[in-house]
Design a binder for this molecule. Structure first.
Ligand code: MFK
Length: 558
């Protein structure tokens, strides 16, 4: 009887020409030499024992135990095996710590995110609490609150599993997942000067965290984001019991099911203001930006995981007399997916690179502006790519891609959260407009294109022109629509995606120019194919009257 060989993974670092080519270009040779053994080790784990454990542990989910047998409210969470293994590994590899130890100065963020990229696809979204932890560390440092920095940072950036903490991010409420300013959670001062929080958080990130950053409105404050304050809370007492909150339930989600996302009732959770009693959304912005970067890196990593499996399978699976890898149409499909993945990869790592420079004070003003702009651009662009690519990856396995025990469908389900959490595509497109107001326009991106495209070889010059033309079209659109807020908003997603795709093309060309001198033309092939998918999405705008007819099924206004 015929039995199909399953797709196999090997060392995922060694197998990754994208990551290796990028690191060889972006890092000084001695830095790469020093960090490579660690990347090799992570690649072996990710493609071997962790991947096998994921498959073995596929059906298990975290469990919430609200009560003890004898009636005590305990709110215990039992985690899956992969999650139990992931935490000590994350601590040992310093997945958060690396960014704060800054052993390689401005390159430390590249170092950290290279590890995240290898770790994330094999650890069932354990990257979520790590992202929050990184975001909390950044937010506390930016707040300048010495007491909280001294109290929490050593835990958040610990290399010791016994002292390591993860942080939660508690923002989302029934009144607003995106419109966080409409939050109803209240903060009440006690006579002794401490604060207690009351309300219901509809979605909080992994509920196993030891601390959380929480938005709440001090009693008497005005509505909106400015009336919110950011609070710090340690969540469990010395016996591990919740301090002034209950877990109502774990959320029943489409994907990320190993991640114990919860709904909680705050009944007097003791908390401490992080930075004054107003402007909570502004204070938590560093966390949003850090987690959005993790989102972009994870998007690239999940795409890459899907492709590694699809590519291996294409060599093993025979159909119509030859391996899938020898069918021109199958090759063409995989090529398109690789081009999108390469583009997403370079966009995400460009943000990591900029973040490292800003955090070590090596960045110019233009680079600071670019980081503000490209963070939402990269998040929204790569998240949409991940859903499209992973849907195709499943199709590349035929029916096997739709069958749960192959371990493939989870890739698509998990990818689907990427454009939703940490700001939906539309909310981030609006953030791009806000960022442009903050930084005063697209000039920093034009200048970055000049640098990235300066060494492009003759044969790739037409593609460089195409990247620049898309950016110029985006700039012209911005000028044209500046006085028309309705149109500005209606086209914002196409605009942001045009920025994302033209930037990704320029970055691919920078890599292509470098790689070609070393005999590797794969990035150039990725750039050619990616450009054919289209980078300028602006011309396809719909007139507002059509949108009303289509979206609301309204008859035309006569
Ligand atoms: C799907 C199920 C999966 C399970 C989910 C589990 C995870 C659950 C954990 C979560 O809760 S994830 C929730 C993630 N939520 C978001 O990412 C919120 C998305 N919404 C936004 O990003 C809104 O744009 C925002 C909340 C920021 C709007 O808030 P406001 O207060 O109405 O906005 P406003 O007034 O424009 O901005 C306030 C200040 O923050 C401004 O500064 P100023 O006060 O100086 O004027 C902004 O410039 C600044 N700001 C906002 N976003 C910024 C930023 N600054 C820097 N970077 C940013 N990204």
């Amino acid at each position: 009887m015929f039995v199909q060989e399953p797709p196999r993974l090997d060392n995922t670092y060694e197998a990754d020409s994208l990551l290796r080519g990028y690191l060889a270009r972006a890092l000084p040779a001695e830095v790469l030499r020093e960090i490579e053994p660690e990347l090799q080790e992570l690649g072996t784990l990710a493609g071997g024992p962790l991947y096998h454990l994921q498959l073995e542990d596929r059906t298990s989910e975290p469990v919430h135990i609200p009560w003890s047998a004898w009636g005590e409210r305990i709110d215990e969470i039992r985690l899956t095996r992969v999650w139990q293994e992931a935490e000590p590994l994350a601590v040992r590899f310093g997945l958060v710590a690396t960014a704060y130890e800054q052993r390689y100065g401005a390159f430390s963020r590249i170092h950290q995110f290279a590890k995240v990229y290898l770790f994330a696809p094999s650890t069932d979204i354990y990257a979520c609490p790590l992202a929050m932890t990184d975001g909390a560390a950044r937010t506390l440092l930016d707040s300048g609150n010495r007491r909280l920095i001294e109290r929490a940072l050593p835990h958040l950036t610990s290399r010791n599993p016994a002292t390591f903490w993860t942080s939660g991010q508690w923002m989302t409420e029934l009144t607003g997942g995106s419109d966080v300013g409409s939050s109803q959670t209240v903060a009440r001062p006690e006579p002794d000067g401490t604060w207690h929080l009351y309300g219901r958080k509809w979605f909080v990130s992994a509920i196993t965290s030891q601390m959380a950053l929480i938005l709440a409105r001090p009693e008497g404050n005005p509505p909106g984001g400015r009336g919110l304050a950011l609070f710090y809370a340690e969540l469990r007492d010395e016996r591990g019991r919740p301090r002034g909150f209950q877990i109502l339930r774990l959320k029943d989600k489409l994907g990320t099911r190993k991640l114990p996302t919860a709904e909680v009732l705050l009944e007097g959770l003791p908390a401490e203001p992080v930075a004054g009693l107003t402007h909570g959304t502004r204070t938590i912005a560093p966390m949003l930006n850090v987690t959005r970067t993790w989102n972009a890196i994870t998007a690239a990593a999940l795409m890459r995981r899907g492709l590694l499996l699809a590519r291996d399978y294409a060599r093993r699976r025979v159909a119509f007399g030859r391996p899938l890898a020898e069918h021109p149409l199958h090759l063409d499909t995989l090529a398109g997916l690789q081009a999108e993945t390469a583009a997403a990869f370079h966009l995400a790592f460009c943000v990591a690179e900029l973040m490292g420079r800003v955090e070590t004070d090596e960045a110019s003003d233009d680079e600071r502006a670019l980081l503000r702009l490209l963070t939402p651009v990269a998040k929204l662009t790569t998240a949409r790519q991940a859903v499209a690519v992973l849907s195709e990856v499943l199709e590349a396995f035929g029916g096997a891609g739709y069958v749960e025990d192959t371990g493939l469908p989870v890739l698509l389900r998990d990818a689907q959260v990427l454009p939703i959490w940490e700001g939906t595509t539309n909310v981030l497109a609006l953030d791009v407009l806000r960022a442009l107001e903050d930084i005063g326009g697209l000039q920093p991106l034009h200048k970055a294109f000049d640098v990235w495209l300066q060494d492009v070889p003759e044969s790739l010059v037409p593609l460089a022109r195409e990247a620049r033309a898309a950016l110029q079209a985006a700039d012209a659109w911005l000028t044209e629509t500046a006085a028309d807020p309705e149109r500005l908003q209606a086209d914002a997603r196409r605009f942001a995606l045009t920025l994302g795709r033209s930037t990704a093309l320029a970055l691919l060309l920078r890599q292509a120019a470098w790689s070609r001198t070393r005999g590797d033309d794969r990035p150039a092939a990725a750039a050619r194919r990616f450009a054919r998918h289209g980078v300028n999405l602006l011309p396809t705008g719909t007139p507002p009257a059509d949108s009303r007819m289509l979206a609301l099924d309204e008859p035309p206004v006569s």
